[in-house]
Design a binder for this molecule. Structure first.
Ligand code: ZN
Length: 239
């Protein structure tokens, strides 16, 4: 009998958005091959040269809003899983793009924040944000020129960790999709669930943590993820 109370946690990384035209970070042609993360993605970089950091994220935000960037078959399949699965599906993404939302996913945690949000360093309010952020851009809530991208930089604590850890501890199936297995704490999720929940990795090529999974499937996410979702739903959630 299918277990209607199955709980699935799915971790997604840059590999799921690659086929939508968004650059990954750690591939040979990825973002960190072009800029040093120390220059644009740390609190120290923002203190040292806020204009450079804002310019980097302004450009990425504009890129995400380009009409050519759309969710792909992998994003859509995960949204379908959330709608059709009789148990619970929680999507935890390391991505700062909003392609999961655009595909229809709702039970979603952005552990590394979101590119289309700005956070005020004065009043801490978070605002939906599609424009550039400049040195004099006022916070809509308090008026201070103290906005930063609401993304988690290296050296900062990811968002929603207590909620994510509770979900990992309760899950019956954990899947990692398009992650490099090199960025912690997300890369450590597999250690937390291995041996207790069923674990599956969907990845283009072997990741740093592939040997820890029960099952590893190689291929582009637009192929492996719809197949994974079809099989999961056909089996009533049993793997
Ligand atoms: Zn404010």
């Amino acid at each position: 009998m299918p277990d209607a109370r199955g709980r699935i946690v799915i971790l997604t990384g840059a590999g799921i958005s690659r086929e939508s035209g968004l650059a990954t970070f750690r591939d040979a042609d990825g973002i960190w091959a072009q800029v040093r993360l120390e220059d644009v993605a740390t609190p120290e970089a923002f203190t040292r040269d806020p204009a450079r950091v804002q310019a980097f994220y302004n450009a990425r935000r504009r890129g995400l809003l380009d009409s050519a960037i759309q969710p792909n078959a992998a994003h859509r399949a995960l949204a379908r899983l959330e709608r059709a699965y009789p148990g619970e599906v929680l999507l935890v993404t390391q991505n700062v793009d909003d392609l999961h939302e655009r595909a229809g996913s709702r039970n979603l945690l952005h552990m590394h924040g979101a590119l289309r949000q700005a956070r005020c360093l004065r009043c801490a309010n978070v605002h939906a944000w599609d424009d550039d952020i400049g040195a004099t851009t006022p916070c809509p809530a308090c008026g201070a020129a103290a906005l930063r991208p609401n993304v988690v930089w290296f050296g900062e604590m990811p968002f929603f960790m207590a909620e994510i850890e509770a979900a990992l501890d309760a899950c019956t199936l954990f899947a990692a999709i398009g992650t490099s297995g090199q960025v912690y704490p997300a890369a450590g999720f597999i250690n937390r669930v291995a041996g207790r929940a069923r674990t599956v990795e969907l990845t283009l090529e072997p990741s740093a943590v592939s040997p820890l999974f029960d099952d590893v499937r190689h291929g582009p996410a637009s192929v492996t993820v719809p197949l994974f979702v079809e099989r999961l739903l056909a089996a009533g959630g049993e793997m």
